[in-house]
Design a protein around this ligand. Sequence first.
Ligand SMILES: Nc1nc2c(ncn2[C@@H]2O[C@H](COP(=O)(O)OP(=O)(O)O)[C@@H](O)[C@H]2O)c(=O)[nH]1
Ligand SMILES: [Mg+2]
Length: 456
Amino acid sequence: MSAAPLDTIAALATPAGVSALALIRVSGPACRALAAEIFGLPSPALPERRPRHAVYRAADGRELDDLVWTFFPGPRTATGDDSLELTPHGNPLLVQLILADLFARGCRPAEPGEFTRRAFLAGRIELTQAEAVMDLIHARSERALVAARRQLDGALGRHLDGLIQQVLATLARIEAYIDFPDEDLPTEDRRLVVQGTGDVLRGTSRLLATHRYGDLLREGLKTVLLGAPNAGKSSLLNALVGRERALVSPEPGTTRDFIEEPLQVGPHLLRLIDTAGLNPAPGDIERLGIAKTLERLAEADLVLWVADATTPLPSLPADTKALLRPDNTLLVLNKVDLLPDPPLLGSLLPQVYVSALTGAGLEELRAAIVRHADALAPALAAEEQIAVNARHADALRRAEAGFRSALVGLRDEPPRPIELVSADLRAGLDALGEIAGRVDNERMLDSLFATFCIGK
Ligand SMILES: Nc1nc2c(ncn2[C@@H]2O[C@H](COP(=O)(O)OP(=O)(O)O)[C@@H](O)[C@H]2O)c(=O)[nH]1
Ligand SMILES: [Mg+2]
């Protein structure tokens, strides 16, 4: 993408479809002239940052709509450039006519994420904040919203800045000696360099550890429904998500493939996974399903072991049982509608009685799920509310490797040449810089912003 002069870009920022209102964003140097032309005002006298009600008149003179428009002069705008926002009525045909008119007047359609990319290139936000915009739009739980807002606020960037300053301070201490190959690092300096490197290594590892939390926030807690055929796993999934998502049948062994549904429980997002029943005497296809169930089980964050409360608790294969612990499993005793008094079971697992049929006990089940999820994805204190994504984690791993290697070099006997230690620290520093986007990497930017939506 060329730097200057900038094109003026335009796109619909709201979903395509019928709605009360739609929002069209325009950004770039032509905005002032465009607004003046369309609304028939002298361009120096354009109202700034104040919404105006006016008729949108197309270049060929047609009146397209009565709408509200606002002109925002740069550089104090989202993108850093002059911007124009139009709020026409939410008719898709009307939106198309207005966009076509804007294009006829010289604007070009914005690429996905281009507004945010411009904000980044103009230095209005750093890369972690651009990503947070995406996270915020796509957040599917309250916890994910909170984390995205923190990142948008620059929390991760500030945290990284702190680490980067520490690395620079440590490097400065070393590099004074690089030009004097005969001199060894004085003992006191060496001690401080070891300490500084250890500190950044620990800081980097701590940040990397928030990746798991980030995964839980963005992807949801992998929650596996496990149990014998006909225990009511699919019925329970349907009851929890509130619609007939999975096939329910009195014939055992109906669920052979996996059904996965997002589910919000309290402030958490779950990925609820229905599985093939653990049939002790399965057919061939069922056997495949069961093998896959065990794979899913091994990577589950939470297991809902569904059992028919009207029959004795089935025994599980030893390798399955070993994966079920009180901290990752809830025993869900289903079909209590068929029992006058639910039996008390001597299981070590926390248990909840429900009826997928009548909905009895589902609130208790939700509360128990929230308790489990709280333990896995705790509400962190605001200053710790950081959850790095896969891209950050990749860079942090490389940074970690650099700092670790530097530390090993410093402790080597005889000590490794100080230039090599310095090179390791620099590699770590570059990896940290990449996260905030402080490196020139067009390809990385292209792939990152391509995942954005148009109009963002
Ligand atoms: N009475 C009663 N029947 C249920 C309940 N939950 C499921 N069932 C029935 O049990 C059978 C098996 O249910 P399904 O959800 O397919 O079980 P799955 O094999 O574990 O997925 C179906 O006939 C359901 O209607 C319940 O809470 N009460
Ligand atoms: Mg089923």
